[in-house]
Design a protein around this ligand. Sequence first.
Ligand code: ATP
Ligand code: MG
Length: 168
Amino acid sequence: MTRGFYIGRFQPYHNGHQAVLERIAREVDEIVIGVGSAQLSHELLNPFTAGERVLMITRSLSEITCPFYVIPIEDIQRNALWVAHVRSMAPPFDRVYTSNPLVMRLFEEVGAEVHSPAMYERQTHSGTAIRERMLRGDGWEHLVPPAVVSVIREIDGVERLRQIARSD
Ligand code: ATP
Ligand code: MG
């Protein structure tokens, strides 16, 4: 039994994340998805709550056959202890999938098996680019799975982002 671990902030979850997870699903028996900076929400870089991000991910992956678990993980502000913190919250896993250099480094230092999935159209498919499009009023819906569009509509997410971007 191989369990793969994939972590992100998913602000929001987009087609790049989905493409990587669909590939991971073909390589492992089960997937553990960590929702990082779980305590953050209602800010420009982190508009959505952990629960909202869990909804986006769970609904978007409803069709994949590989079992998966979505685990919110709060920040601890101590990188040297972070891997132990993640392991204390997540189901056991033997393989880490990440392209984030810090995450890669922290897992490598404890001898974990780290895989770096290729980026999927990174220029357009990034959380930052999508949040900017939402703020500008440009179309963003084509960059995320349909389930994410409906979650963001349900929570009035674009208006939340615009409102917290205003000055008082
Ligand atoms: P932000 O711009 O807010 O940092 P992001 O798109 O980088 O958003 P994260 O939640 O930070 O998304 O990333 C989670 C993981 O997904 C990271 O390992 C990141 O490298 C990876 N990732 C992000 N975009 C893509 C993409 N287009 N293709 C493949 N992997 C991606
Ligand atoms: Mg990122």
